[in-house]
Design a protein around this ligand. Sequence first.
Ligand SMILES: N[C@@H](CCC(=O)N[C@@H](CSS)C(=O)NCC(=O)O)C(=O)O
Ligand SMILES: [Fe+2]
Length: 294
Amino acid sequence: MVMTHFSRLRQLLLLQPKFLSSQPRPLRSPPPTFLRSVMGSSSSFSSSSSKLLFRQLFENESSTFTYLLADVSHPDKPALLIDPVDKTVDRDLKLIDELGLKLIYAMNTHVHADHVTGTGLLKTKLPGVKSVISKASGSKADLFLEPGDKVSIGDIYLEVRATPGHTAGCVTYVTGEGADQPQPRMAFTGDAVLIRGCGRTDFQEGSSDQLYESVHSQIFTLPKDTLIYPAHDYKGFEVITVGEEMQHNPRLTKDKETFKTIMSNLNLSYPKMIDVAVPANMVCGLQDVPSQAN
Ligand SMILES: N[C@@H](CCC(=O)N[C@@H](CSS)C(=O)NCC(=O)O)C(=O)O
Ligand SMILES: [Fe+2]
């Protein structure tokens, strides 16, 4: 499904009329607080916005972060997942059930090369969930995003920024601007920016020139206190700020030519699962079930 633009203020929420409401918000009990805790592969923390529920989850084999966001002040508690992994779908669904959330969107930042996305599996287990990816990815999904699009759950939204370079279709999702939105802002950078690193650029139409431009124009221009949540971590980090990464990223702080030299000398071996993962992820992770691969 290709969506049209309306002043780039379009929100995917419009496709979910039940979440459109002009009614005043019902009075509710004191807002829940979500204190930071690091327990196994899951963590959460408080936001100045009482309506955001946030969880950072980890998949050990591919070192992938999955993010759960929900608007818990909305009666339906609408939720979305960013970069779910097939192997941890049951964990994610159990958590969603325990928290009483309604999963609306299963989103990817890009076509992953190292693991199979959980979006297709989520759709089979929770019919009604919409898979979401950038139009530029060329992958199958229910909803295709373009730069400037907004994905809403309740009153919270994610803005889509094109950050190609690791792959041609990479996007970064940034929480909305404004008093009503989570502060500080949060940027889900996929593999564009990793903490003290960045995504490799040697396959999937990767380009170090493009990645450098993407990061410097779309991510390092965000407020310095913006929290960066990457798709992977190989070094024991969980979250960092834009300001800190602008100062300490060993690759992206360099000038572009030095960056390109660094990137062409990484000498990384290909991800073990690349030959399985990329074809699977081009069809939402369900290459063997074509009728459900959207
Ligand atoms: N060893 C892992 C793959 C590690 C890898 O290549 N990671 C990617 C992100 S997943 S496409 C990457 O961009 N790494 C950058 C870096 O500097 O490490 C496996 O076999 O799966
Ligand atoms: Fe990747």
